[in-house]
Design a protein around this ligand. Structure first.
Ligand SMILES: C[S@@+](CC[C@H](N)C(=O)[O-])C[C@H]1O[C@@H](n2cnc3c(N)ncnc32)[C@H](O)[C@@H]1O
Length: 189
């Protein structure tokens, strides 16, 4: 099932995004990346916005792909390589990265299965997709689902178990790090 997704609100808010958003959790991202069965040197931050997630990790090559020009301008001014693109049609060659991150973004993407399939396609064998998301089956998750609805986002949240199934469907081996409100699931190619 697809929904409209959210790009325009982020485009409008891009200049203020980094000021009002806490830093990404470097330890949980690193734990996800550590699931890779290969050295991680090139990472793509899918729907990466200003590059908040990829800025929190220490890897030689970091690329941000996002559909919002405003968010990409911020990523560029944060010193990151950035490319405009839809998460469900990544402008990257097959097997061209060691890891992909989708952090605080999958629920905003219209075509979730398309985005997961594309992340799997661009991974090298042994590479890892790290998804950081919010669990709608928790109390804080329920509040977030309603909060995003009230402010007008078209978000769609997956539980860790839903995500595990979808990673499996795109040929990635799922590894759940935690199932809390703020959860991390890795998928290894
Ligand atoms: C909440 S922001 C998260 C940005 C970043 N991942 C972070 O952790 O700060 C959601 C991002 O998803 C992007 N986005 C939404 N749908 C997209 C799509 N189909 N393709 C690429 N980017 C998309 C938005 O433009 C926005 O930058």
């Amino acid at each position: 099932m697809t929904h409209a997704g959210d790009v325009a609100p982020f485009d409008r808010f891009a200049r203020f995004y980094d000021r009002f958003t806490p830093s990404a959790d470097a330890d949980l991202l690193a734990a996800g990346l550590a699931q890779a069965d290969r050295p991680v040197e090139r990472v793509v931050d899918v729907a990466g916005g200003t590059g908040r997630a990829v800025r929190a990790i220490d890897v030689p090559e970091r690329l941000v792909v996002d559909a919002s020009d405003g968010m990409l301008r911020q990523a560029h001014s944060n010193g990151l390589e950035s490319v405009r693109g839809n998460a469900a049609r990544l402008p990257l060659a097959d097997g061209s990265v060691d890891a992909a991150i989708i952090s605080d973004a999958l629920h905003h993407v219209a075509d979730v299965n398309g985005a997961l399939g594309e992340a799997a396609r661009v991974l090298r064998p042994g590479g890892v997709l790290v998804v950081r998301e919010y669990n709608p089956a928790t109390l804080r998750g329920t509040v977030l689902v309603w909060g995003e609805r009230i402010v007008g986002f078209d978000s769609e949240f997956l539980t860790p178990d839903d995500l595990v199934e979808r990673l499996d469907d795109v040929g990635l081996t799922p590894r759940v790090r935690n199932r809390d409100f703020d959860y991390t699931v890795a998928g290894v190619r």
